[in-house]
Design a protein. Structure first.
Length: 553
């Protein structure tokens, strides 16, 4: 049964290559014709053409049969490395690159980024099957070239020259693309090293909303990597096309040379077929061999470079900020410019626990201000003091230990509800359930261990996503709590519940809100002070707090 299948593949898959027969027929006809033309025997060219076709057909049959037998032999003797080794290699590369816990890799998609940067699949494919195949083909090609050299040293020389040209041509193309990848990888490695330090700081994993910020950066970086990757594919395609074209040209030259030797009596038909067979056997794998060896060289060199790369670290002289000790925030002449002016000359001070609300219409800079205060945004003019220490001199990981943030867009990753709140082993489950109950989402607390969420919270309602983000922020023990549009997607009863929780929280902590929702403002009985700041008259941004409040009545 197997023999029948193999025969079917051989006849239909190999002998049906009419282009190869035409190529050899034309080459042999040219080879036979050159001596006849030189000798003036034009009448014999018809016989030479028929002979060329027959020889070409026989040559293709022999080459296809040899290729078929070689492939069968290769499959019988080559060993494959198991999938477990593949998986282990992928994990080890991620660990080598990022040095971060598996949980953090999962939350941030770092493993996917590592695979994009280092391309470990090239290493796995090589050692998992390509390496033995390349060694087998390389050995067979060398033996074939040696056999050709016995019958025709000139043909062997043609083969060696062709192989060298192919190798150095493809190597040059891959080397050029490696330079691009290494330059980009060094930049990315610095960013990921910084993230690794932040992610391993105490309690930072609980602040999953921060990961939304870094995940956005990872996405932008991946776009850049894909752009470079497309350029790499084009480079490898050109090298591959060039190698195939060079092999075809060499095949034609060898065929013409062999046919001319036969017509002049310098080579027997047995020697002729031997040279053609072994010459093709020596040339055919060259594209594959050069591709795999260069691909392996690129990946291993890249991996070595990243392994050897050690970020210099942040040399800023940070002050040590004690945990849970922020009790005073002061901003002086705070100004933010991006492509346009966001706001200018903002000054305010918060010196007591309380509920402080930033009011303003969409686009007036509320979110930007909160990102600055929470350490996510660092480009600004002016001075921000936390207690008596400038914000710019506080290490981000120290700041994040004492600040809890709920961003405007809830960040949900593919895991259980519990792990979205606290992925650590010592999570306080009863406290998490209590917070869900207080917000009016008790069912989320009941199913938080068994219910697995999709990436981004697909399948959840907007209110449920908001409840998870709020629970995550309220669960964290901090001295400053920051909420950006916390009432979005919440019903009236849930807003009332949230206001009660925030009011209670504000008794002992600084709570900052950015909102344009009058429900929470009225419920909190806050008002805009007459000395609030304005970016311009049409779109005011104002700060309100219990320390400077008067009733709107």
């Amino acid at each position: 049964m197997k023999f029948k299948k193999w025969t079917h593949q051989l006849i239909l898959g190999k002998l049906a290559d009419s282009r190869l027969i035409i190529l050899f027929s034309a080459s042999y006809a040219l080879g036979f014709s050159i001596p006849l033309i030189l000798q003036g025997q034009i009448d014999s060219m018809r016989v030479a053409s028929i002979t060329s076709f027959l020889l070409a057909t026989i040559t293709v049959c022999i080459i296809c049969a040899a290729e078929f037998l070689t492939s069968m032999l290769r499959q019988k003797i080559l060993l494959r490395i198991s999938e477990e080794v593949d998986s282990a290699l992928s994990v080890s590369i991620s660990d080598l690159l990022f040095g971060m816990p598996s949980r953090v890799r999962k939350l941030t998609g770092a493993s996917r980024v590592a695979q994009t940067l280092v391309r470990p699949e090239a290493i796995r494919r090589f050692f998992g099957g390509a390496a033995p195949m390349v060694m087998f083909d390389a050995a067979a090609s060398l033996i074939a070239a040696a056999v050709v050299a016995i019958y025709s040293p000139i043909t062997a020389a043609m083969i060696i020259v062709t192989i060298m040209i192919i190798f150095f041509t493809t190597r040059r193309g891959y080397k050029m693309r490696r330079v691009d990848v290494r330059a980009l990888a060094e930049v990315e490695k610095r960013r990921f090293s910084m993230f690794s330090e932040y992610a391993q700081a105490a309690d930072i994993i609980r602040m999953s909303d921060w990961m939304q910020h870094f995940k956005r950066k990872l996405t932008d970086n991946l776009e850049n990597l894909h752009t470079v990757r497309r350029a790499h594919i084009e480079t490898s395609d050109y090298a591959d096309y060039g190698a195939k074209l060079l092999i075809r040209m060499s095949t034609v030259v060898i065929a013409v040379y062999g046919a001319s030797r036969i017509s002049t009596g310098g080579m027997t038909y047995g020697e002729f077929f031997a040279v053609q067979l072994f010459a093709m056997r020596a040339l055919a794998p060259m594209t594959i061999i050069t591709y795999w060896t260069n691909e392996l060289q690129v990946s291993l060199t890249h991996l070595e470079d990243l392994n050897a790369f050690r970020p210099e670290g942040d040399k800023t002289a940070y002050h040590q900020l004690p945990i849970a000790e922020i009790n005073h925030i002061a901003c002086t002449n705070l100004t933010i410019y991006r492509k346009r002016r966001i706001f200018e000359g903002v000054s305010f001070a918060i010196s007591n626990p309380g509920l402080y609300t930033i009011l303003g219409s969409n686009g007036c800079g509320k979110t930007t201000l909160l990102e600055i205060l929470s350490g996510l945004e660092t480009e600004y003019d002016g001075t921000i003091m936390l207690n008596s220490t400038p914000l710019s001199s506080i290490a981000p990981e120290d700041l994040w230990r004492t600040v809890s943030l709920a961003t405007q867009k809830p960040f949900i990753f593919n895991s259980s509800i519990l792990e979205n709140i606290d992925p650590t082993a010592d999570a306080d489950k009863s406290r998490i359930r209590h917070i869900f109950e207080q917000l009016g989402f008790a069912w989320l607390g009941k199913t938080m261990e068994s219910r697995v969420l999709e990436e981004g919270g697909a399948g959840l309602s907007g209110g449920e996503r908001r409840a998870i983000a709020l629970t995550r922020a309220l669960y964290k023990v901090a001295s400053v709590y920051i909420f950006d549009e916390p009432t979005n997607d919440l019903s009236e009863p849930s807003v009332d519940n949230l206001v009660r929780m925030l009011t209670e929280l504000a008794n002992d902590h600084i709570v900052l809100l950015a909102t344009h929702d009058r429900r929470i403002i009225n419920a909190s009985m806050v008002a805009v002070p007459r000395d609030g700041w304005q970016r311009d008259r049409s779109r005011p941004i104002s700060m309100i707090g219990e320390s400077k409040l008067h009733h709107p009545h």
